[in-house]
Design a binder for this molecule. Structure first.
Ligand code: SF4
Length: 323
């Protein structure tokens, strides 16, 4: 089995005073060894809940995995105890967040922070761990001699490099990056993405890249899942998504993007708003905004349909609705 991670029919809900938020609905995704999956969608589409779900870190209550499986290296993480999960987190699965300061300790040198992780995962003494920390800094493009510096002595882009060094220090098989470049300047973004892509190849790490930026997807991803109101509405490899998007929402996102190389790759706003998460429209959740909506779309929920091998779409246009 070459899949590192298989998400099967995963549903995650939040039970709130205002009602049930269906943050993730019947999600199916697969990630192979060394592969990068882009998880794309507007704010509130369910991207971050998916990431937290994989780590089994959805705050409970109000959140709960209500069904499905997260099979990682052949084992279902949903069934694991918290102590088993702690061993997997930060060991086999690492996460990088948007704001590097949330994962850095402001009163500890960056070298010590990397060395701490190294010591936890490799059987080395303090001097060796510091040496490895310096090597890791060099790998992310920071002079090793700066290991004695504190986070505030670095720029935003450099801090994110330090976070990447920490995340890779435990040699994870899966790296989940939640909007890792959003808070950075455009030129720095490109450098950090380049770095991530190179390191991914060097370490053969699989990656989930959460983003709202289709340029980032084109740059680093092999496969992409487009999310809308908790649903993966289209899922295929990057090339196919760019050359033949099928779902009306995806087509809307690509609306005015001429090509992959374009700088104008931010998601284009589509007419109308994302639905209220506690009150998702009946049938296809996209129907109030969909230019192709049919009468049946407000009544019937689209099923995940394989329109060609490896290309999945949740839209009634691609189903035999006569059934
Ligand atoms: Fe549009 Fe209907 Fe397809 Fe939903 S199911 S995307 S409303 S055509």
């Amino acid at each position: 089995n070459k899949n590192l991670l298989e998400i099967k029919d995963l549903s995650i809900h939040y039970i709130t005073d205002d009602g049930t938020v269906r943050a993730v609905e019947e999600m199916n995704l697969e990630i192979g060894v060394g592969e990068t999956l882009g998880l794309v969608g507007e704010t509130g589409a369910g991207k971050t809940t998916t990431a937290l779900g994989i780590m089994n870190l959805v705050p409970n209550p109000p959140g709960k995995i209500i069904g499905g499986e997260i099979v990682f290296e052949g084992e279902d993480l949903v069934k694991k105890s918290q102590s088993e999960l702690r061993k997997i987190r930060g060991n086999k699965i690492s996460m990088i967040f948007q704001d590097p300061m949330t994962s850095l300790n402001p009163v500890m040198t960056v070298g010590d922070q990397i060395a701490e992780v190294v010591k936890l995962h490799q059987n080395v003494n303090a001097a060796e761990a510091t040496e490895r920390a310096m090597e890791m800094l060099e790998k992310v493009g920071i002079p090793g001699t700066r290991h004695k510096d504190f986070p505030h002595q670095f720029s935003g882009g450099m801090r994110q490099r330090v976070v990447i060094a920490i995340a890779l220090a435990c040699n994870p098989t899966l790296l989940i990056a939640d909007e890792p470049t959003t808070a950075l300047d455009v030129t720095i973004q490109a450098q950090v993405l380049d770095l991530m892509r190179n390191l991914k190849h060097e370490f053969n790490t699989s990656m989930i890249m959460i983003t709202h930026d289709l340029g980032v997807v084109a740059e680093v991803c092999d496969k992409v899942a487009i999310m809308y109101a908790g649903n993966v509405i289209e899922y295929t490899d990057v090339k196919r998504l760019y050359t033949s998007p099928k779902h009306p929402y995806t087509i809307g996102l690509f609306g005015s993007i001429p090509d992959i190389e374009s700088d104008e790759s931010r998601l284009k706003p589509i007419k109308g708003l994302m639905p209220d998460p506690t009150n998702i429209p009946s049938g296809c959740p996209f129907h109030p905004r969909c230019p192709k909506a049919m009468d049946i779309c407000s009544q019937r929920k689209p099923k995940n349909t394989e329109v060609e091998p490896g290309h999945f779409v949740k839209c009634l246009l691609f189903e035999n609705t006569e059934k």
